[in-house]
Design a protein around this ligand. Structure first.
Ligand code: MN
Ligand code: MN
Length: 339
C-alpha cells in the first residue's frame, strides 16, 4: 500500500479542535509504520534575529500552524488529493539559538539533516525570517546526496536576499542566497527570483545576482509576462532538482500585511497561487515559506495565506507523482473531501 496521510476526520474532530499541527498532519513520531517513510516533513523555525527591520517572525510557525487547520486536502486546480498521494507529517520546530544567526543555522542544519529517511523525506521549513532558508537549503542539498553544481532555486520575494552583509552580519535575512551560491548549494544560473520590487539602497544591490546569472523577474516583468515566465524557466530545468523559497513579502501588504519588510505593490493572493502553480513540473526536493509576522497580521490573513502556500507547494509534488502513476490508495480513517 502506498503511503498516505492519516488525518483526523473533520466530521468527528472538527477543524477547530485538537492539538495543532501543520494542516492537521500527524506528528512525525506518530506516523504509522505503513505510512513511513513520509514524503514531506513540515517543520517550524521560530527565529527572527536575522531581520534588518521589524522583528516578530519567530512567532510565525505557531501562527501558520494555527491558520493551517482550515487547509483541506483536495487540490482542485491540480485535481489531486494531496493526502492520498503523499505521506505528510509535522516534524515540530527545529532548535534555535535566539541570539545568533550562525549558531541557529548550524543547529537547524544539523537537526534537519538528521531527520529520518534522508533519501525519501523532503523538508519544508516554515519561518522565521528568511535567514533560515540557508539552513534548509544546506540540509536538503546534503540529504539529496550533495548534487554537484547545486540545486536549482525557485525564489519568490520582493527582495533578492543576496546582500553580502548587514551590520557585519553575513548570515541575516538579506544574505541567504549569497551564501548558498558561494557555498555551491545553489546554481545561480538555475535560479529565478520572482516579484522583485521596491526602492533599493542602490542600483548595485542587483549586481551580485545579475553578475552570477540569476534570472531576475521584477514585479513589472511579472505583470507583463505572467506565469509563462516561470513555466518556461521550469521547462528549461528539465527535471533538475529544485528548491522553492517563498518569502511572504512578495505578496502585496494589502493581502499579506503580517511581515517585517513589507513592499507595497506586489502579487495578490490569487497571483501568488498562480505563481506557485506555474512551478508544476519542477522536481521540488525542498522548500520554505518564511517571514510571517503575526503581530502585524490583523485577522490572521498573512498566516492563512502562508498555510495555503505550503499546501500549494506540496500539491505540485502530489500532482507530479499522481501523473507519474504513483497514486496512493485512499486514506485510512478519513472521510471524503469535506468542508
Ligand atoms: Mn526574503
Ligand atoms: Mn523579502
Amino acid at each position: 500500500m502506498a503511503p498516505t496521510t492519516v488525518l483526523p476526520n473533520p466530521r468527528v474532530h472538527p477543524r477547530f479542535s485538537g492539538i495543532t499541527t501543520f494542516c492537521r498532519y500527524p506528528r512525525l513520531e506518530d506516523v504509522t509504520p505503513e505510512n513511513r517513510p513520509v514524503d514531506w516533513a513540515v517543520f517550524g523555525v521560530p527565529f527572527d534575529a536575522g531581520v534588518t527591520y521589524r522583528p516578530g517572525a519567530r512567532f510565525g510557525p505557531r501562527a501558520v500552524r494555527d491558520a493551517s487547520q482550515y487547509v483541506k486536502r483536495f487540490h482542485m486546480a491540480h485535481g489531486v488529493d494531496v493526502c492520498e498521494v503523499l505521506s505528510l507529517a509535522d516534524a515540530g520546530d527545529a532548535p534555535v539559538a535566539p541570539y545568533s544567526c550562525k549558531e541557529t543555522l548550524d543547529v537547524v542544519w544539523s537537526w534537519a539533516t538528521q531527520l529520518p529517511d534522508p533519501a525519501r523525506t523532503r523538508l519544508l521549513a516554515v519561518g522565521g525570517d528568511h535567514s533560515v532558508a540557508y539552513a534548509n537549503i544546506n540540509a536538503t542539498w546534503e540529504r539529496r546526496g550533495r548534487p554537484g553544481g547545486g540545486l536549482a532555486l525557485l525564489h519568490f520575494d520582493s527582495h533578492l536576499d543576496t546582500v553580502d552583509s548587514v551590520w557585519n552580519e553575513k548570515w541575516g535575512h538579506a544574505s541567504p542566497f549569497r551564501r548558498a551560491i558561494e557555498d555551491g548549494l545553489i546554481d545561480p544560473k538555475a535560479m529565478i527570483s520572482v516579484g522583485i520590487k521596491g526602492p533599493l539602497n542602490s542600483k548595485a544591490d542587483l549586481d551580485f545576482a545579475s553578475h552570477h546569472g540569476v534570472t531576475i523577474v521584477t514585479h513589472e516583468r511579472w505583470k507583463a509576462e505572467g506565469p509563462r515566465v516561470l513555466r518556461d524557466f521550469v521547462a528549461r530545468l528539465s527535471g533538475r532538482e529544485a528548491y522553492l523559497s517563498f518569502d511572504i513579502d512578495v505578496v502585496d501588504p494589502a493581502f499579506a500585511p503580517g511581515t517585517g519588510t513589507p513592499c507595497p505593490g506586489g502579487l495578490t493572493s490569487a497571483e501568488a497561487f498562480e505563481a506557485v502553480r506555474a512551478c508544476a513540473g519542477a522536481s521540488i526536493v525542498g522548500a520554505d515559506v518564511v517571514e510571517v509576522l503575526p503581530d502585524r497580521d490583523p485577522a490572521g490573513i498573512t498566516a492563512l495565506l502562508a498555510a495555503h502556500v505550503v499546501f500549494e507547494i506540496l500539491a505540485i509534488d502530489a500532482a507530479a507523482r499522481s501523473k507519474g502513476g504513483a497514486k496512493g490508495s485512499p486514506c485510512g480513517q478519513s472521510s471524503p473531501p469535506a468542508r
